[in-house]
Design a binder for this molecule. Structure first.
Ligand code: FAD
Ligand code: 2HG
Ligand code: ZN
Length: 478
């Protein structure tokens, strides 16, 4: 692998003067952690890591890099599942990290908004909202590290999308440093504002290819005053969907989360994560985790949960269930769900298919994709889980026990293409929430080719004619 290339001396000196030693990292041991992704699939190189402390510093640093034609890779919590925040291995780029931009400016109770800098972690933002009796309605397992900038840049989804939408729906206002260093200030708190193109929505989900998000105004909600959470054993995805429909029929607005876990994936959590045993009497083929929430503080939610689950148990739709009786129990049920990604990481190499299909097609998708993958690689562990209420299944494939991880990963495209063909036939998407990053660029021509990809390229060229902002992401090499 090539060594880290040095920054051109005049650029180095200008950046050091602008950012100070805390804002410019060049020692290999300091910058290496910024060059490896969470899954350790990509080991890139960079010339430096820039850590601006505010928008002004970020804008000036970007302008300098642009003048010197240095590529820039925006990075937040570095939890991308698709190598989106990892530089390539030429070592020419700088990583621009938002980790020092951590101010929460304002929580507005009239408009129900929070104004934050991009480097505030989702967890810190959620906690700040909770302290004021409000809810930041986005929840993902990486929330301790993932930050507001990264979440908006990827349009993250997660556990509460079924009720409140993706990150996109929460972004009322945005500020971004564009590739030439200009600041685009879209920091408006308005729910109604039809004044031309919605540029903030262009930046949301742009995966760092159009600019660096530096601040945002996020919509909040009143915190639910009551919550009910249950883990249910079910026969399969079809039963989980029938249970979802039963809750939705009673009160769609009460469903805060509806998650699916296969027996294979659950077993990995129970085996590999300390303190996460199965809280049911015996293992099941599949599970649903349901959370209801209500602004009312009465016991109507408990009645709703008990009524629907009671009928489902009588009908055999649910074979066993545990209801959280305290906040601690609620958290331990969620811990089991949230550890799925970590458990699969510990189980060896895995190939992720973060797909979505229409709800009705999920059982067919899981059946067909399971059979196809088992035929492709004997012994493969098919371990799907995910946000089934949104039609989003993480159809993850874990290496056969004892297999060589490298040999398994060498077949990643064969596995991804096998799954993708079925997703495509069923009218789905190859990336529901994790984005394209560098992992899935090769799929773009087939899935988004023609006018759609061409329009994306024109936007990219117009805003970043030198292709300096996160090159190699989203777009396949020309
Ligand atoms: P990074 O990984 O640092 O960057 C992600 C992308 O955004 C890169 O392309 C990067 O260049 C760009 N970027 C980062 N910051 C900025 C910025 N300020 N301006 C412009 N571009 C920027 N995702 C989900 O959607 N739902 C989940 O449930 C979910 N669960 C996860 C669980 C685990 C354990 C892990 C490891 C990841 C999970 N993810 C999930 C994926 C990931 O956490 C999210 O995509 C998250 O939004 C990334 O935030 P980040 O700050 O870590 O971004
Ligand atoms: C989740 O839902 C994340 O937990 C991670 O999106 C999914 O590990 C995965 O594939
Ligand atoms: Zn997810």
């Amino acid at each position: 692998m090539p060594e880290n290339a040095a920054l051109p001396q005049p650029l180095h000196d200008a950046l050091l003067q602008l950012l100070g030693p805390a804002g410019l990292l060049t020692a290999t041991s300091d910058i290496d952690p910024f060059c490896i992704d969470w899954r350790a699939l990509y080991h890139g190189k960079c010339a430096a890591v820039l850590r601006p402390a505010n928008t002004e510093e970020c804008a000036k640093a970007v302008a300098l890099c642009n003048q010197h034609n240095v590529p820039m890779v925006p990075q937040g919590g570095n939890t991308s599942m698709v190598g989106g925040a990892t530089p390539d291995d030429t070592g020419k780029a700088v990583v621009i990290s938002t980790t020092r931009m951590t101010r929460i400016h304002d929580i507005d109770h009239a408009d129900l908004t929070m104004t934050v800098e991009a480097g505030v972690t989702l967890k810190a933002a959620q906690d700040a909202a909770a302290k004021e009796g409000l809810l930041l309605p986005l929840s993902i397992s990486s929330e301790g590290s993932a930050d507001i900038g990264g979440i908006l840049a990827t349009n993250a989804g997660g556990n509460n999308t079924v009720r409140y939408g993706n990150a996109r729906e929460l972004a009322l206002g945005l500020e971004a440093v564009m590739p030439d260093g200009n600041v685009l200030n879209l920091m408006r708190k308005l729910r109604k504002d039809n004044t031309g193109y919605a540029l903030r929505q262009l930046l949301v989900g742009s995966e760092g290819t159009l600019g660096i998000i530096t601040q945002a105004i996020i919509q909040l909600q009143p915190a639910p005053r009551s919550r009910e959470t249950a883990l249910c054993a079910v026969a399969d995805a079809k039963s989980a969907l029938d249970l979802f429909a039963a809750f939705r029929k009673q009160d769609p607005s009460a469903i805060q989360a509806f998650e699916f876990m296969s027996g294979t994936s659950m077993a990995l959590v129970n085996k590999l994560i300390e303190g996460a045993p199965l809280p049911l009497s015996e293992p099941a083929p599949a599970y649903a985790l349901v959370e209801l929430g209500s602004p009312r503080g009465d016991d109507s939610l408990r009645s709703l949960m008990e009524d629907v689950l009671g009928t489902a148990l009588e009908d055999g739709l649910v074979t066993d269930a545990v209801l959280a009786e305290s906040e601690a129990q609620r958290q331990s049920l969620w811990m089991i769900r949230e550890e799925h990604a970590e458990a699969q990481k510990r189980a060896g190499a895995s190939v992720k298919n973060d797909v979505s299909v229409p709800l009705a097609a999920i059982p067919t998708f899981i059946d067909e994709a399971t059979k196809a993958c088992e035929a492709l690689i004997p012994g493969i562990r098919v371990a799907p889980f995910g946000h089934i209420g949104d039609g989003n299944i993480h159809f993850n494939l874990v290496q056969p026990e004892g297999a060589d991880p490298k040999a398994f990963l060498a077949q990643d495209h064969a596995m991804m293409d096998t799954v993708a063909a079925i997703v495509r036939k069923l009218g789905g998407s190859f990336s529901a929430e994790h984005g394209v990053g560098q992992l899935k660029t090769y799929m773009m021509p087939e899935w988004r080719g023609g006018a759609e990809l061409e329009t994306m390229r024109r936007i990219k060229n117009a805003l970043d004619p030198k292709n300096l902002m996160n090159p190699g992401k989203i777009f396949p090499a020309a």
